[in-house]
Design a protein around this ligand. Structure first.
Ligand code: KG4
Ligand code: ZN
Length: 352
């Protein structure tokens, strides 16, 4: 069984083809991605209308590219999966519309996938896939959550951010430091030259005793520091910018690690999966690996290029559900998107 996956929830158009024959972990046959970063950079963030229009331009050429790479034809696709939510409504509608049209034209079922379920399950495409159950740290541009994952579709929310997401904290702090969008990778690069202990930045809710997060205060603290440094004669220096970037990254990473360890301790689980764009952060990976090794906890990440949005994770999540007979398949050409959609709502009532 071959599943085509289409991702268009934000600023990346991703298409992929996964083979889910048998019961084994599905394999990735081909994937293609177009990032809109260069287009949105001029505006300092994602412009939803431009994102939608660009998805329209890219999705069919990417689909052709994926099929050509896999050496297959449209008629070889058995199921068409697409990101149904959460995300930008207009952007989601592009992927959903194309998926529904392909399904109708090919007479194949169509399936909506939860974007965060895609991220969460993406490490199953890595060379060292995890086993259930595990704790998942989901750190993307819009979400920061700790989940207990017992199986595909069995997700229990342990804690989440009460305000900004970790990716948002990276992006907003980066903007204050004059770095281009999306700030996370840029801030992380600048931080390599700085001292993470140069500035004492807040680590909100670190001692709350619960696996929850708050990052809004960090951004305010970075703003205060930037303003102070800009007032000195000559303004903020390059070494100071690097120090502030390193200190910001250290504050975010410290909180993510402490709360992940807390969730592991509370659940008694010995396996952690890190997914979402911030999971690409080198300092987070290094420090988390060290902390988990000490506690004999196995950590799994998606392949680096599958940390940020992509079509492979959407095709994979669909394939894993199909293998377990848990897929909600649709026919008839209609479609619906869910710009706001909690991952915990996906859990099968019988499993809770
Ligand atoms: O998962 P993702 O691609 O999109 C969403 O679903 O939101 O995550 C994007 C987020 C952005 O905030 C971006 O700045 C952040 O992931 N990010 C990083 C790194 N790479 C991407 N943050 C820190 N360090 C990185 N290396
Ligand atoms: Zn994402």
């Amino acid at each position: 069984m071959r599943v085509l996956g289409i991702e268009s929830s934000c600023d990346e158009t991703g298409v992929a083809l996964v083979d889910a024959s048998g019961d084994g972990v599905p394999t990735l046959l081909a994937h293609a991605l177009h990032s809109q970063i260069a287009m949105h950079q001029a505006y300092g963030g994602v412009v939803p209308e431009l994102a939608s229009r660009d998805h329209i331009r890219r999705v069919l050429p990417l689909t052709r590219e994926v099929l050509a790479t896999a050496g297959l034809a449209l008629s070889d696709i058995d199921v068409v999966a697409y990101t149904q939510g959460p995300g930008l409504a207009g952007a989601l509608l592009v992927g959903a519309g194309v998926a529904a049209s392909l399904g109708a034209a090919l007479d194949r079922p169509v399936m909506g996938v939860h974007h965060l379920e895609g991220h969460l399950l993406s490490p199953f495409l890595s060379a060292d896939p995890p086993e259930f159950p595990f704790v998942a740290l989901l750190v993307s541009g819009g979400h920061t959550q700790l989940m207990r994952v017992d199986d595909v579709g069995a997700y229990e929310l342990l804690g989440e951010t009460i305000d900004d997401a970790a990716g948002e904290a990276f992006d907003k702090s980066a903007k204050l430091l004059g770095l281009p969008y999306p700030g996370g990778p840029h801030l992380s690069r600048l931080a390599e030259q700085g001292n993470p202990e140069a500035f004492a930045l807040p680590r909100p809710l670190l001692h709350s005793g619960k696996p929850d997060f708050s990052f809004a205060g960090l951004k305010t603290a970075v703003l205060t520091q930037v303003r102070k440094l800009e007032q000195q004669p000559g303004g903020i220096t390059e070494p100071q910018r690097a120090d502030l970037a390193a200190s910001t990254q250290a504050a975010i990473v410290d909180v993510l690690i402490k709360k992940s360890l807390m969730a592991l301790k509370d659940t008694g689980l010995k396996r952690l999966v890190v997914a979402g764009g911030v999971g690409a952060n080198t300092r987070l990976r290094e420090q988390l690996n060290a902390a988990c090794e000490k506690r004999r906890v196995r950590v799994h990440y998606p392949e680096l290029h599958l940390c940020t949005d992509n079509g492979a994770m959407i095709a994979l999540a669909a394939a894993l559900r199909l293998q377990r007979d848990m897929a909600k398949l649709e026919r008839g050409g209609g479609f619906e998107v869910k710009p706001r959609w909690d991952l915990a709502q996906l859990s099968e009532p019988s499993r809770l």
